[in-house]
Design a protein around this ligand. Sequence first.
Ligand SMILES: NC(=O)c1ccc[n+]([C@@H]2O[C@H](COP(=O)([O-])OP(=O)(O)OC[C@H]3O[C@@H](n4cnc5c(N)ncnc54)[C@H](OP(=O)(O)O)[C@@H]3O)[C@@H](O)[C@H]2O)c1
Length: 310
Amino acid sequence: MRIFVAGGTGVLGRRLVPLLVANGHQVTATTTSADKLGDVERMGAVGVVMDGLDAASVGTAVAAARPDVIVNQMTAISVAHAGKPDLKHMDRWFGLTNRLRTEGTDHLLAAAAASGVTRFVAQGYAAWNGIREGGWVKTEDDPLDMLDGLPAHANSLAIQHLEDAVLGVNGTVLRYGALYGPGATDDQVELIRKRQYPLVGKSTGYSSWVHLDDAASATALAIEQDARGVFDIVDDEPAPASQWLPYLAAAAGAKPPMRVPVWVARMMAGDTAVMMMTEGRGFSNAKAKRELGWTLRYPSWRDGFREALI
Ligand SMILES: NC(=O)c1ccc[n+]([C@@H]2O[C@H](COP(=O)([O-])OP(=O)(O)OC[C@H]3O[C@@H](n4cnc5c(N)ncnc54)[C@H](OP(=O)(O)O)[C@@H]3O)[C@@H](O)[C@H]2O)c1
């Protein structure tokens, strides 16, 4: 297939693009920076500079690539694009990412329509944002939490826009769990090493994790099998922060995390972080395993953190 990966140079794109090339596909991958075109070519893909927020730039890039499939992996979460992480103001930290998920997705869909591309796959999110009612582990049939009243509500609205737009053209939304692997958790590990990533109260909130290579393999399967709809791309073991955070600290060679009361965490890191640590809901990968035939290299973060964190 001819596959167009918008955002081919991010932590996930760097694992996905070589995998698609190895599977025999012709891949075009985008970056916003001409300096990275060499990196793209070393992955075996054709590189193109594209600004996902500029409709003309997107239209030109897609038309030139003439793809069978468009894969939207555009975010702007790295320090280079978003500045330093700002947990208290997630809406500001994710401002550009939210625009890429809304305007950027719309530009790609318009370019797809103009170029006759009928297959669209996009990055969603399923780490700790399951609806805060009932059990701790959610499926694709449960709604995502809109995080009403929290700064991250804007992020939820952007993801909802992306999902509605992509499902509206019978596309595929891959809701990845919290990604880990080379480059994906550097900022969190740095905080853990400085003992600035504490447990919050009883830390009962659940998260789902997934290694970058497993996220990439699920993406390749969804493309190659023409699977449509929503899939939660997470590992086998959604777990409360009280379990994964001390384990992650040990795997990173850091001292055990401190424990702070909720009110202190609220002052330090804001309401969204407290909600994640105390009330977050994780996700099941049963549908992705069943319908994609997906097998994970790291079925649990317990192995993945130890073997493949960096
Ligand atoms: N689901 C998740 O948990 C999730 C998903 C993704 C990322 N992250 C986190 O985000 C951090 C860094 O992620 P990252 O390395 O993937 O970097 P990133 O800054 O989020 O960039 C991802 C991709 O989007 C592209 N991009 C950025 N702005 C764009 C624009 N205006 N138009 C078109 N494309 C644009 C980037 O291209 P260039 O930089 O080459 O210009 C890159 O290919 C990591 O800590 C990671 O864990 C988390």
